[in-house]
Design a protein around this ligand. Sequence first.
Ligand code: CP
Length: 305
Amino acid sequence: MSQLSTRHLLGIKDISEGDIHAIFEQADNFKTVINRPIKRVPSLRDITVANLFFENSTRTRVSFELAEKRLSADIVNFSASSSSVSKGETLIDTVNNILSMKVDMVVMRHPAPGACIFLAKHIQAQIINAGDGTHEHPTQGLLDAYSIRERLGTVEGKKVVIVGDIMHSRVALSNIFCLQKLGAEVMVCGPATLIPKHIESLGVQVETNLMKALHWCDVANMLRIQLERQDIRYFPSLREYSLMYGINRRILDSLDKEIVIMHPGPINRGVEITTDVADSPQSIILNQVENGVAIRMAVLYLLAA
Ligand code: CP
């Protein structure tokens, strides 16, 4: 039994507002722990977690590994590039072979949307989705909302604009679900070609003019253009994208208020955000990364409970 309403964390869509608050409260406790000289607690002793990364990652992978270590879990790390996947082994066979070595929980990143949902139907272990293609990245959605709560005191009633490549972004979808469950208003902004048709049906506003979006919002979450997921050209050039949708100091100074700037990383400096903004006090980008460890500790702990 988990202390959440779900056995796995496959997406924010499947969890309740109560689950999110429970994760945040537990993350508050773990933030205290990881700021102590002794950062380790025995909560997941005797639990074995496999980190299966079929796609590149810096933040999520390191953050999960640190979270697991700080909970005293046993860890096995797997990356597709150095495995027998390249010899034609299927996902289920790969994971079942790892699970037969008595693994309790699986953290998986995979390029295919729905890969974690598929796996959860076929294996016994608990699954945490660490990003599946263009579908969801639930722990990113949680840590983003948690970081807004930390900076602004609450998420409820705040206006958050997600700017950029909405079409190819799993972060956008998890953010939309998480922020709405917590009572925020959400807008998406970007070139019309990078905004999915019918996204309004999720209850978000759509704006193609960046300045209008920035005047509206309290928080701007700047996304990366995911060229690796684009098989056709959605805009003329990165330079033009940057001129239309990039954020810089001059733009922020022209607003009549100070908005909070976020980015899930990795950043393309000079494309969606300039260095003077990314590294400014208005930016909470590194707070997001720091909070990721506490959020992932909370998710692992509550699912394993
Ligand atoms: N934000 C995020 O998922 O970054 P990585 O791809 O480096 O894990």
